[in-house]
Ligand binder design. Structure first.
Ligand code: SF4
Length: 433
């Protein structure tokens, strides 16, 4: 854990980092280590550099919001270990700022409880991708958060003194008008060898399990992106790897022009099978963005359709083949427990993953369990899937069994299917070493 010392006393604002990795991530640790080694080997990185893929990058949300509180007494406290001792050593602050995913919401609750018990006058502000839709009401009902920010944090930070309303509806912002990320609260910069840049927000697609498609899609201008990349690399002396964390980086209408302006030493982005034309792939390679993450999700043609992916298996195979012919390192994303999942469809997914590995069409893969995240179409309309609402999200852990069941698979069976398909992936990746 690390934070800026101010010589005692109390901070005006304290950004608090909630650790993301536990539960399934721990079960999945072997996978993470093999993943990092294979990726490092394929990119020709040293072992030390490759290990960065096992750890988080500098927290983007803190750098985005720091400009709004730059002139106050402010710090970032990274709770890398989420235990009672670490939480109780949290520096005193008037306002604690938290950002949470669904998988870290339970930690936001524990943290707020402990801070309120220590100082009932402190304020706790909660934002992040979890607090949308009905999750906002659930968070408010707990009575622990002074403000729940629904939407993008920058709009709230412009009026951060406002504690009148329990829910702050932050309108989508125009990305080029935002202040540049401010890295001044990030300490120990030598430990980072990768940086994260987002060139857009939202996604023009509408996969039913994903929140990104629910947000208006906006892109930053090319000049702005180039400036952010240069700034980020300048701030971290050892960094030479840029993760473009856009949900669908190649969905940008100007992706070819943007790549022509970028000079990254090594880069990674996320894309999907229908936006991987020859032209786009050549542009990525020209910018040294040599690693692509492709959302495939399932090997069942029927379930691909049910998920609203607007891609099919043939398209996946042909786009991955094009990418491999051009020399990309390819990582594919997969899920089990999707609506309509049954043992046969899990087998289809495992078979499809084996097929892609055996033909050299994917080098790496990641498996997760489908979660009906609040705010998504799947959460609003959970047809063919039953959400275990006794597993409320403030008690949800990533290492729980699946929080859903389908008509033909129980939560236990979905969890077992996840473990087995993850094993298939880890074993297949290990053959690359
Ligand atoms: S899963 Fe990917 S392509 Fe689908 S809506 Fe989300 S970000 Fe977009």
């Amino acid at each position: 854990m690390w934070y800026n010392e101010i010589g005692g006393g109390m901070y005006d604002y304290l950004f608090v980092g909630l650790p993301h990795r536990d539960g399934r991530a721990i079960v999945y640790r072997e996978h993470g280590q093999v993943y990092a080694r294979v990726l490092g080997k394929l990119l020709g990185l040293t072992t030390e550099m490759a290990s960065c893929f096992e750890y988080p990058s500098p927290p983007l949300w803190v750098t985005r919001l720091t400009p709004y509180v730059r002139d106050t007494r402010v710090a970032y406290y990274d709770l890398a270990e989420f235990d009672t001792d670490s939480i109780s050593h949290t520096p005193l602050a008037a306002v604690y700022l938290l950002s949470c995913f669904t998988s870290t919401f339970h930690r936001a609750v524990v943290f707020a409880q402990m801070m309120k018990a220590r100082d009932r006058d402190c304020k706790v502000v909660l934002g992040g991708s979890h607090v949308v839709g009905s999750a906002v009401d659930d968070a408010v009902a707990l009575g622990l958060f002074d403000v729940v920010v629904r939407g993008e944090g920058e709009a709230y930070m412009e009026c951060a003194e406002s504690f009148r309303d329990r829910v702050y509806d932050a309108a989508p912002v125009s990305l080029d008008l935002l202040p540049m990320p401010d890295y001044s609260l990030i300490r120990d910069r030598e430990r980072f060898i990768d940086v994260t840049v987002m060139t857009s927000r939202g996604c023009p697609y509408g996969c039913i399990y994903c929140l990104e498609g629910e947000r208006p899609y906006r892109v930053k201008s090319i000049d702005r992106v180039v400036a952010e990349v240069e700034d980020a690399l300048a701030e971290f002396p050892r960094a030479n790897f840029v993760r473009f964390n856009d949900s669908s980086f190649t969905a940008r209408f100007d992706i070819v022009e943007l790549c022509a302006e970028l000079t990254v030493l090594e880069g990674m982005c996320q894309t999907r099978a229908n936006i991987m034309s020859d032209n786009v792939l050549s542009a990525l390679m020209g910018a040294n963005i040599r690693t692509i993450n492709v959302g495939c999700e399932t090997g069942s043609a029927q379930l691909l359709h049910r998920l609203g992916k607007r891609i099919d298996k043939e398209m996946i195979v042909s786009s991955l083949r094009r990418a491999k012919e051009k020399g990309f390192v390819v990582n594919t994303y997969w899920m089990v427990g999707v609506p309509g999942e049954k043992p046969e469809t899990v087998r289809e997914t495992a078979d499809f993953i084996r097929y892609l590995f055996d033909r050299g069409l994917t080098d790496l893969a990641e498996m997760s369990i489908c979660v009906p995240y609040p705010g998504t179409p799947l959460h609003r309309d959970p047809r063919d899937i039953e959400i275990e609402h006794d597993v409320l999200y403030h008690r949800y852990r990533e290492n729980d069994l699946s929080c859903t069941r389908t008509r033909e698979m129980s939560a236990d069976e979905i969890y077992d299917a996840w473990r087995q398909t993850a094993r298939v992936i880890t074993d297949r990746m290990a053959t690359r070493l």
